[in-house]
Design a protein around this ligand. Structure first.
Ligand SMILES: Nc1nc2c(c(=O)[nH]1)N[C@H]1C(S)=C(S)[C@@H](COP(=O)(O)O)O[C@H]1N2
Ligand SMILES: [Mo]
Length: 530
């Protein structure tokens, strides 16, 4: 069978190509890690390529990723990039066995992709961001060239056979070169990691040293009966470590509180100003329970949480800057918040200044903000979905108009304005649960920030709507727990919930997808009583 044997010999001749390519790619990434550690960790090749992918991902695909992979979406993206790189590396390694220069040029081409991605990111700080990918690719190209030259048969002096491997290549020479390359690359990568972690130490130390002042206006005490004791219900207060996280940051920004600044400027800002954290902390702070919701939360979904936030009232800062809301004749109707990682979020100036507790938050549940949730300062506007209000790692506030500027997600088909829709969710029983027939407690949460919840109703199969028992209402900006005792008869049942908000509006049955301004419809779960 000549076909098979020639295939086998092709395969055996190509065999050194795989380790050659993979080692070259590893060298490129490790050296890039070192350079990123020296220049800017956020400019590392996997981070910038991942960021560029996120920037270009259509809203529907981003929603799919969040839905399917949840908060692991970023890990999945990183693994995806590494897997694709590995495949390309193997191909380039095999190619390099016969065409060394072409293979090396291929590696350099990927350095080009990496540096273009770095420079195209919204948080790019200049040409230096291209360096990690460029230097890494150069190192990878050299490694590929050298390893490939060891992986092909060297001219064998007549009569000497021992030094060449079974397939005619210099196995010992290759293995030595590969070992040296792997060791050098590993050291470079480890050094890069070390440099990055040392940079982060300053931010970590500044967070640990931060002592939050007590609020001038503490959170109103939650009325008795705000928290229901029902197994399986979502807790009224979400612990910070359980609080959902949604953002585009492949590496979470770690900002040193001491060097952090916030600039307020733009249209009709007669007194532009830059604040330090200490200046903000010296002002009277408010503390409020506020339920934050992501526009990507599907009906029944997990991207909603309720925390106790401590912060500076934002409207006061704007008034001091000279800003007048549109209802008072102001011409700037959009506030664009910008984060250190280049994210932009636009909120209606009217909403920020209408008396609600819009704030620049510094504390979450009694602690400085966790890095994941925006340390040192993030914005919050009760009643608006996170993508139009809740800028984490904020560093700049610009007053402008909706006509003049579209922020990040608006450029990607999401709505300019997005007040949170009235929603209710069944937390227990879980979908497809098999509770014992008899008394089953059905319970969950409902929210309609700014309007509050006045009624929650439950329906079993096609039966009549029945009022659920409501927990006490802590405030219009928080969710409200509810529960209902159900006498379950054996068999399958669909439980449906709907809420009524403080304006008397009943939660719509009309199903809407998350894009462009938030999901709507009723949540239901199917259970089988046994
Ligand atoms: N800098 C920055 N801020 C951001 C985002 C982001 O991607 N980058 N995502 C927004 C979105 S879509 C939501 S829902 C909230 C989520 O805040 P959390 O992660 O603290 O829950 O942050 C908002 N603030
Ligand atoms: Mo969001």
């Amino acid at each position: 069978m000549p076909g098979v044997s020639s295939f086998r010999s092709t395969l055996s001749r190509a065999a050194p190509g795989a380790p050659t390519g993979l080692l070259a790619a590893f060298t490129a990434l490790a050296v890039a890690e070192l350079v990123a550690g020296l220049v800017r960790p956020a400019a590392g090749p996997v981070t910038v390529v991942g960021g560029a992918v996120i920037d270009r991902t259509p809203a529907a695909v981003k929603d799919f990723a969040i839905r399917t992979f949840g908060e692991n979406d970023k890990a999945v993206l990183r693994l995806g990039i590494l897997a694709i790189l590995a495949l390309i590396a193997v191909a380039l390694g095999v190619l390099a066995l016969s065409h060394r220069r072409v293979g090396a040029a291929g590696v350099l081409l990927f350095g080009g992709v990496g540096s273009a991605s770095a420079l195209g990111r919204p948080d790019s700080t200049g040409l230096g961001d291209a360096l990690p990918s460029l230097v890494g690719a150069a190192a990878g190209a050299v490694a590929l060239y050298l390893l490939a030259s060891k992986a092909v048969p060297s001219p064998v002096p007549a009569g000497v056979d021992g030094e060449t491997g079974a397939y005619g290549w210099n196995r010992r020479g290759f293995l030595t070169a590969a070992g040296v390359t792997a060791a050098a690359a590993t050291s470079a990568g480890a050094l890069g990691r070390f440099l990055t972690s040392r940079r982060d130490q300053g931010a970590v130390a500044s967070r640990e040293a931060l002592v939050l002042p007590s609020p001038a206006s503490p959170a109103p005490a939650a009325p008795e009966g705000t928290r229901l004791k029902v197994p399986g219900i979502t807790a009224f207060s979400t612990p910070s470590r359980d609080f959902y996280r949604v953002d585009t940051a492949l590496t979470v920004p770690r900002i040193d509180a001491g060097t952090w600044r916030l600039r307020i400027h733009g249209k009709e800002v007669t007194r532009p100003r830059t604040y330090t954290l200490d200046q903000l902390l010296a002002r009277p702070l408010i503390e409020r329970d506020i339920t934050l919701t992501c526009v990507s939360n599907e009906v029944g979904g997990p991207y909603v949480g309720n925390a106790r936030w401590l912060g500076v009232p934002l409207a006061e800062l704007l008034r001091e800057a000279g800003v007048t809301p549109p209802s008072g004749g102001g011409k700037a109707d959009q506030l664009v918040a910008r984060s250190v990682d280049g994210m932009t979020l636009g909120s209606p100036v009217e909403d920020v200044m209408d008396g609600r507790d819009a704030m620049l938050a510094v504390g979450m549940n009694g602690q400085p903000l966790p890095f994941d949730h925006g340390f040192p300062v993030r914005m919050l506007v009760p009643g608006l979905y996170g993508y139009v209000s809740a800028c984490k790692w904020i560093t700049d506030i610009e007053l402008t108009t909706f006509d003049a500027y579209d922020p990040y997600w608006v450029k990607r088909t999401w709505a300019r304005k997005a007040p949170i829709k009235t929603q209710s969710r069944i937390d227990t029983p879980k979908p497809f649960a098999r509770p014992a027939a008899g008394t089953v407690i059905v319970a969950g949460v409902a929210w309609a920030q700014r309007r509050g919840i006045t009624r929650v109703e439950i329906r079993m199969d096609d039966g009549p709507w029945q009022d659920a028992d409501l927990a006490a209402q802590a405030g219009v900006d928080t969710w409200r727990q509810w529960s209902h005792r159900w006498n379950a008869t054996p068999g399958g049942h669909t439980i449906t919930v709907r809420a009524t908000d403080g304006t008397g509006q009943v939660q719509t049955e009309q199903r809407a997808r998350t894009v462009p301004d938030g999901a709507s419809g009723w949540h239901s779960v199917f259970v089988t009583a046994t």
